[in-house]
Design a protein around this ligand. Structure first.
Ligand SMILES: Nc1nc2c(c(=O)[nH]1)N[C@H]1C(S)=C(S)[C@@H](COP(=O)(O)OP(=O)(O)OC[C@H]3O[C@@H](n4cnc5c(=O)[nH]c(N)nc54)[C@H](O)[C@@H]3O)O[C@H]1N2
Ligand SMILES: Nc1nc2c(c(=O)[nH]1)N[C@H]1C(S)=C(S)[C@@H](COP(=O)(O)OP(=O)(O)OC[C@H]3O[C@@H](n4cnc5c(=O)[nH]c(N)nc54)[C@H](O)[C@@H]3O)O[C@H]1N2
Ligand SMILES: [Mo]
Length: 762
């Protein structure tokens, strides 16, 4: 019997095809003009050999090899749910009693799944909060540098991740859009919790309305061909220099918008005094962009209504504040901030739904619990947290004391995917006494855990998907029964809450069905308050989705338009109420790596300081997956070269190193090494190589720091250094590597099969 079930993932809405209890296929959601392109990988991933069939405990942990022992090399011992629940409840209570609640790290960063009820991280943090608290993390890997910065400069983070100027406003009013880091089509395959349908159509509509796009990026492919963008190749990590030179040129022409700078900005004089010498010629040497091009672009911005944007990748690099702050300063000098469809905002090309025209509507989420612990880290400082208990860390004007972490608990994220310098993480990972992981798959994180709890995938449970970035709420119907002994994160935690005496507080005495109705009812009421009459739950569940009303072109939103019209009446939420081109607050912190105004700071690793044989590695987001998710699926498999992640390189750079297309190379630097398969692309700037994130970390000798990753995870190569003292963000994109042909025998990729399992009497 064939059944069709409405479903959703971060990679879009789809219908699941189920035959005899097995997920056999997926169909695009009929209403989606751009069918979600990653869904083909869902069935093979759900039924992958890498699924965790039952709970396991690391053998070494059972034998007492805990604090101070490297993880990743031990076999795992199968245990029953009863046993593991009892053991874990005891271990949690012991940790809290002996070391305090802050000794549990529950930051659990990661994307989890699209459903809002079974969102693993939210479930875990609700449980840990109610149980006494946990040390946590703030900010997201995506834009961790921008998050602390923007409130100082423009008083809001909406300019990076919230409601920003709509594409429809850009289409109506702008003639040109400068896109630092491009608008990579593949990034639109993904919208956290949403439909994947808005990204390309919004850009193409703007292009059709006459918008001219300029792709300023090392990679020509960062704008899709249909947009016919002009390509300005630039050296990675140097955008701030180019932008400052554009401002310098505008000042040289005497064409800066003095009135806007006086009424809407503070600190222009100070910034201006630092621009001397930052000429287009100066920037040409740094960026590789000809001075004439820099001048021409600046003049075109003066002559035509322009929108400025930069991808999030620019700030995941050394001193990533600088290009963002400089771009705001450029928009300020043009006087374009808040003019219809003009100004500046970030991330239009970084994820589906950015700048998608829609009305602000209530969202659906699991109610959080209070966390009694106040210890936290900026998210990218996880290794330092483990390395330096009791140490201090400067961050955004404060001194943070790092708690002494004894227990790490992760559900719905994967630091052995997302974190930089995995060999350093591996060493630091030996510090806790106990590491607990909920995972559907034997990911690198599960392999480096002590207590491994098999979680269901979304196909094995009911849920509701929703994103603040599109107009849909989607029903996610359970399609198949849980595989093996997998359980829902909520149920796992409810039993642990039971053991600790707070089941009812955790579950609020609701089961899955009651929770979904409850979350939907709260949303339904909130919608009624803003005048939207949503269908009742039964109708929604039966129909499969709710569509919220679209907005017409006359309602197109321009961010900061009120402020632009009347800065007295509508000041920004900054100390001056204006755009801060010089920030007394930031200057007052006294950080040499982030002074009080945007500037150019030479990156630690970049082509300008590289040896002749070094290459700049950009570990960008994968076209074939969401991060590490779906790596066992056919889309990722087809793209790999001899089973290794492709390394994209300019043909001449490859030839200079004696390597050819299709060959496997060793990519290396002082921090680590991995294998990758060579793919040639002459649409890439010379000296730059691309290796997407997300091939599952597969060390040749598991548990040995420095071991070769045979699969191609770039995070064995990236540096784990905060972007600056201000934001302490991850700086993955500042990374030099060398490559050489791999002449030895090719080691097998074992990432997608379970690790060694050993029975043990308990
Ligand atoms: N070098 C480099 N590194 C990077 C980046 C980069 O550009 N370069 N980008 C960074 C960015 S922007 C991000 S956002 C991060 C992404 O990092 P993550 O969000 O950590 O990556 P994911 O692979 O999405 O990890 C989600 C994990 O949750 C698991 N999971 C899914 N559903 C469930 C569930 O229902 N229950 C449980 N228990 N688990 C579930 C998946 O199996 C997967 O292992 O990576 C960062 N790392
Ligand atoms: N298919 C797919 N889409 C995704 C994701 C995924 O895993 N898969 N992940 C999602 C997530 S969590 C996030 S945070 C976003 C990230 O969104 P982004 O950060 O925008 O994505 P990236 O692919 O890292 O970078 C985009 C482009 O920036 C260019 N670039 C890198 N460094 C520089 C530089 O110094 N200067 C200039 N000018 N250009 C540079 C690279 O050529 C790269 O292709 O993507 C989201 N979209
Ligand atoms: Mo991200």
């Amino acid at each position: 019997m064939t059944e069709i079930k409405p479903h959703a993932a971060h990679w879009g809405f789809f219908d699941a095809v189920v035959e005899n209890g097995r997920l056999t296929g997926v169909r695009p959601w009929a209403q989606d003009p751009v069918p979600a392109s990653l869904i083909e990988s869902v069935p093979a991933t759900v039924h992958s050999a890498a699924r965790i069939d039952q709970p396991y405990i690391r053998k070494g942990w059972l034998e007492g090899r805990r604090r101070g022992h490297l993880r990743g090399g031990d076999p795992f011992v199968p245990v029953s749910w009863d046993k593991v629940t009892r053991l874990l409840a005891e271990e949690t209570a012991r940790t809290r009693a002996e070391h305090g609640n802050s000794a549990i790290y529950g930051g659990s960063y990661g994307w989890s799944s699209a459903g809002r009820f079974h969102h693993a991280k939210s479930q875990l943090q609700r449980f840990l909060g109610q149980g006494g608290g946990y040390s946590y993390s703030i900010n997201a890997y995506s834009y961790a540098t921008a998050q602390p910065l923007m409130p100082h400069i423009v008083g809001t983070n909406d300019i990076v991740l919230g409601r920003m100027t709509d594409w429809s406003a850009i289409a109506q009013h702008a003639k040109q859009m400068l896109c630092f880091g491009g608008l990579a089509a593949k990034n639109g395959f993904v919208t956290s919790g949403g439909a994947a349908m808005t990204y390309g159509p919004n850009m193409r509509a703007a292009k059709a309305a006459g918008l001219r796009l300029v792709n300023i990026s090392p990679c020509r492919g960062d704008t899709e061909d249909a947009l016919a963008a002009e390509w300005v190749p630039i050296r990675p990590g140097t955008d701030a220099a180019m932008i400052l030179a554009m401002i310098n040129h505008i000042v040289t022409l005497g064409r800066e918008d003095r009135a806007f700078l006086a009424t809407h900005c503070t600190g222009w004089d100070k910034l201006e005094s630092t621009l001397a010498g930052k000429t287009p010629e100066w920037a040409a040497d740094i960026t590789g962009v000809p001075a004439a091009t820099i001048r021409d672009l600046a003049e075109r911005c003066l002559d035509q209504p322009s929108m400025l944007t930069a991808s999030w990748s620019l700030q995941r690099a050394d001193y990533g504040e600088q290009p963002y702050w400089a771009l705001i300063a450029l928009a300020a000098a043009l006087g374009s901030i808040g003019k219809p469809g003009q100004g500046v905002a970030f991330g239009y090309g970084s994820s589906g739904g950015m700048g998608n025209p829609k009305r602000e509507m209530p969202s659906i989420s699991l109610p959080a619990s209070r966390n009694p612990v106040s210890d936290f880290i900026p998210v990218g400082r996880i290794t330092e947290l483990l390395e330096r208990p009791g140490g201090t860390l400067s961050y955004n004007g404060r001194e943070i004391t790092l708690p002494d972490i004894r227990m790490v608990w992760w559900a719905g994220g994967n630091p052995f995917h997302h974190h930089q310098d995995l060999n350093r993480l591996l060493r630091a990972w030996s510090r806790p006494e106990t590491i607990v992981v909920h995972e559907p798959w034997w990911t690198a994180l599960a392999r480096h855990a002590d207590i491994v709890l098999p979680a269901t995938t979304t196909l094995e449970r009911n849920d509701i998907a929703h994103s603040s970035r599109d107009r849909f709420v989607r029903a996610m119907h359970q399609a198949i029964r849980p595989l093996g002994q997998a359980r829902n994160d909520h149920d796992i935690l409810a039993d642990l809450a039971d053991a600790a005496g707070f089941r009812d507080r955790f579950t609020e005495q609701r089961d899955e069905g009651a929770w979904l109705r409850h979350l939907y009812a709260r949303w339904h009421q909130a919608c009624a308050r803003v005048g939207f009459d949503a269908p009742d739950f039964e109708e929604f569940w039966h129909h499969g989705h709710v569509e919220m009303p679209a907005i017409g072109p006359e309602e197109a939103y321009t961010q900061f338009s009120d402020f632009a019209k009347d800065p007295q009446e509508h000041p920004l939420d900054t100390p001056s109420g204006k755009v801060e081109l010089f920030s007394e607050t930031i200057a007052g912190f006294g950080y040499a790596d982030c002074p009080g105004h945007p500037t150019w700071i030479t990156p630690r690793e970049w082509l300008g300081g590289a040896a002749a044989d070094e290459l700049h590695l950009l570990s960008y987001q994968p076209p074939t997956r969401l991060h590490s998710q779906l790596d066992p699926g056919p889309i990722a498999a087809r793209d790999k070269i001899q089973g290794r992640e492709p390394l994209v390189i300019h043909p001449e750079d490859a030839a200079a190193r004696g390597v050819e297309a299709g060959q496997v190379v060793r990519v290396f630097n002082a921090r680590g090494a991995c294998l990758a398969g060579v793919r040639l692309d002459d649409r890439l700037a010379r000296g730059v190589v691309l290796l997407a994130t997300g091939a599952w970390f597969d060390p040749l000798e598991p548990g040995m720091p420095g071991s070769l990753c045979v699969h191609g995870n770039p995070n064995v190569l990236t540096a784990d250094i905060g972007t600056s003292t201000l934001s302490q963000g991850p700086s993955a994109q500042s990374c030099l590597v060398r490559i050489e042909p791999w002449l030895g025998e090719l080691p097998p990729v074992r990432a997608h099969v379970p690790p060694a399992i050993e029975e043990m009497a308990l």
